[in-house]
Design a protein around this ligand. Structure first.
Ligand code: NAD
Ligand code: WQD
Length: 347
């Protein structure tokens, strides 16, 4: 009999790719998502890619009783917890919403898990918990100091998870710190569908390439980097998803393990522009703007722990990330909505 995994936030960008990885590996999947930042069409496509079905519950993780019932009735053995709000700028404007959704939501989920005696968890944390890099590459021992409310919700949750593991030794927790996920499933059927104007680089570049935006604004070209633009560790979302599977398989020992999921390679904003131009055959007009508040010059992972502890390493190149992102954009110029983008979604 196969294991049943609960994926919170499974209709979202990373979650939909995690569902594909799980179904392809033979796991059964139940998704809980309140669709606050996603569309359930993503899950229909996941099922058609995999040729297998999953269970979807349109619900909020803060509904502890519902989660508890579901854990029991579906026979869930482990949870991959991706549900959360993730917009850094928005978190500065509405911090309490982020604490309520991310921190309180995780507390309710953990409480339901404890009651149902489901004690295996993989959690979506973020490299944003490191804050300003004091050295590079960033290893898991780097001091923590997120610089925005969103990042602080991730740090609070990480601390909570550590306390939980100390409280009794039944818990098995994989705390995954993602770097910059980009790309899409190679079918072009599932990908990132940001609401309104994308704040992240690659979705913005993709919308310029398709003609939905006139030009990219590069936030500063006077950083202390080879070409002056910011450097990040972009990781293919399919590689990231496979990291969750590796974590799930390694969580056989009690305790908590914290792991960076990155490639270990830094690429600049201009590297992304050039690579995207080359894979799409479109030009990406850009202008240079001021630095964006809170940005760092460079940020990339030391992926050694992932290799040693999870037996996982990314395999996909920057070209593949951009090519797959472009295929998704080309096939779905308006994301999951299809046709014209409804006005209400352009916030
Ligand atoms: P996403 O917004 O596409 O997915 C998150 C999903 O969670 C959405 O489908 C949303 O509807 C759902 N959700 C939010 N609050 C919920 C709630 N209270 N109850 C039920 N469902 C809820 O974002 P993503 O990029 O797929 O990110 C997934 C996770 O990874 C998030 O926790 C995010 O913080 C983390 N993360 C993302 C990145 C990134 O750059 N994308 C980087 C590091 C970490
Ligand atoms: C990358 C580079 C920008 C947009 C954010 C969150 C982080 C994590 C991942 C969740 C930077 C430059 C961008 C644009 C630009 N999310 N840029 N013009 O800032 O590394 O990380 O997403 O955990 O928490 O902060 O990613 O894609 O926004 O920016 O020049 O229109 O692209 O300045 O150098 P970032 P990003």
């Amino acid at each position: 009999m196969s294991e049943m995994i609960l994926v919170t936030g499974g209709a979202g960008y990373i979650g939909s790719h995690v569902c594909i990885a799980l179904l392809d590996a033979g796991f059964d999947v139940v998704v809980v998502d309140n669709l606050s930042n996603s569309n359930k069409a993503s899950l229909e496509r996941v099922q058609s890619i995999c040729g297998r079905s999953l269970v979807f519950r349109h619900a909020d993780i803060r509904n502890e009783e519902l989660i508890y019932d579901m854990l029991r009735t579906c026979g869930v053995t482990a949870v991959i917890h991706l549900a959360g709000l993730k917009a850094v700028g928005d978190s500065n404007v509405r911090p309490m919403m982020y604490y309520e959704n991310n921190v309180l939501g995780t507390m309710r989920l953990l409480s339901a898990m404890e009651r149902a005696n489901v004690t295996t968890l993989v959690f979506s944390s973020s490299a944003t918990v490191y804050g300003m890099p004091q050295y590079l590459p960033l290893d898991e021992k780097h001091p923590l100091g997120p610089t925005n409310p969103y990042g602080r919700t991730k740090l609070v949750i990480e601390e909570m998870l550590k306390d939980l593991c100390r409280s009794h030794d039944g818990w098995r927790i994989g705390n995954l710190r993602y770097f910059n996920p980009v790309g899409a499933h190679e079918s072009g059927l599932v990908g990132e569908d940001p609401l309104g104007v994308p704040s992240n680089l690659v979705p913005f570049v993709a919308q310029v390439a398709i003609g939905r935006r006139e030009k990219l604004r590069i936030w500063g070209n006077d950083y202390d980097t080879p070409d002056g633009t910011g450097i990040r560790d972009f990781i293919h979302v399919v590689d990231l998803a496979s990291g969750h599977l590796s974590a799930l398989r390694q969580l056989r020992q009690p305790g908590l393990i914290t792991v960076n999921l990155g490639t270990g390679n830094g690429s600049s904003v201009l590297d992304i522009v050039r690579t995207f131009e080359s894979v799409s055959g479109r030009s990406i007009p850009y202008e240079i703007g001021e630095r964006r508040a809170g940005d760092v010059a460079a940020c990339y992972a030391d992926p050694t722990v992932a290799k040693d502890a999870l037996g996982w390493a990314s395999t996909r190149s920057l070209e593949q990330m951009c090519a797959d992102h472009w295929r998704w954009q080309l096939q779905n110029p308006n994301g999951y909505q299809g046709g014209e983008l409804p006005r209400a979604r352009e916030r």
